[in-house]
Design a protein around this ligand. Sequence first.
Ligand code: BES
Ligand code: ZN
Length: 457
Amino acid sequence: MSDSQKYIDDNIDAFQEQLFDLLRIPSVSTNPTRKPDVLKAAEFLIDQLKKIGLDDVTLHKTKGHPIITAQKITDDSKPTVLIYGHYDVQPPDPEELWDTPPFEPTVKNGRVYARGASDDKGQSFTHIKSVESFLKTGTDLPVNVKFILEGEEEIGSPNLIPFIEENKDLLECDMVLISDTAMFGEDQPSITYGLRGLAYMEIHVTGPNRDLHSGVYGGAVENPVNVLTEIIAQLKDKDGVIQIEGFYDDVEPMTPEMREAYKKLPHDDEPYKKDLQLEALHGEKGYSTLERASARPTLDVNGIWGGYQKAGAKTVLPGKAGAKVSMRLVPDQDPEKIAELFEKHVKSLAPDTVTVDVVPHHGGHPVVIDLNYYGLKAAAQAFEDVYEKNVLFAREGGSIPIVADFKKILGVNSILMGFGLTRDALHSPNESFSLKDFHRGIKTSARFFEILPDFKE
Ligand code: BES
Ligand code: ZN
């Protein structure tokens, strides 16, 4: 065993305690009252990066939350790996559904429960500890490393794209390494080679200038909630096919080879349904569950409001209604084009009895990474060395919009070396992360650095 791998085994308890300290900071990026906590998380990481011996550790202020960079360049001839991660987290809501408080990390059955445990504090922290295992043992780091850690991933990385554009030299690298995805299953290492893109929209329907008595006015005045639900109901047909004109124009059809590869992945709908306590699944006709959840585009209502929402009944004809709608995109759909098509389509469905406004939120491009890329092969070997199991290659349905920008702006591929699991409950109550995978994740990252130079073409 190398000194670096031994150092990781010897220090894993301390690493866990440090991760728990990071998890105690409620760095919810979307909540303005949490801004000081997001900064606190950034400062915690700055301190960590300095302590492990990295150079040029810098906190860059932005209009939103800070971006952190750091590096260790030892030899220009070595490959340079840019490690990306995010230290912001989703809101813990609904908090009452957590079994233990979201910002008090609690260990149960070998898993740590806390918001951000998996997405993405636990996963991204693995690489900091992996780099530490070289620097603290005086072992030659076989690669140059750079870090870029942001506090706005969960809100669409609004300040990261301009930052990358303005700091191309600082971020110059051969590849990006990211741990912010899931493995295919427990003890089943896998590499994600595709992510969906995103177009996130809001629909606002405005009717009368105030909420009305539903008995006095009902029947004579259009109800915005009724209109909104009718519009939403027309966005997909019964076969799960999205009805927005032009929506599928740029969708790359699945080739027979792609479909064969999907069939080979170990998946069974029965335990999948059981886990969600569902009698039946739903999705686009003609596609399997895995295809629907990663290779095909979607449209989903994420939130809806209007009228009386509290306990009991109130007779009211609401003056306003609204909904948040997300569309997950696949190559070669363009988020801006899809947002325009969505707006045009929704407006075409609006009756003249109400006003319908469409507001776009953040978006992101889909990505698929070439399976022949040498970085992916090295990552697969690193996983196999640590997990002692063959690696699976799979596309995933979530989005990390910056991956497409790394390719576009820096011209490099990203290696999605996820250590999470779908059961980690990302974005849900009781998020958790396996401490065994935290440990194996650090070792896999270190192993990747050890062997990457041998794979370089
Ligand atoms: N870690 C997730 C993305 C992810 C999850 C990828 C599971 C693959 C599998 C990331 O933090 C995330 O939640 N991204 C957002 C992006 C959005 C806010 C722009 C998402 O996918 O909803
Ligand atoms: Zn997330």
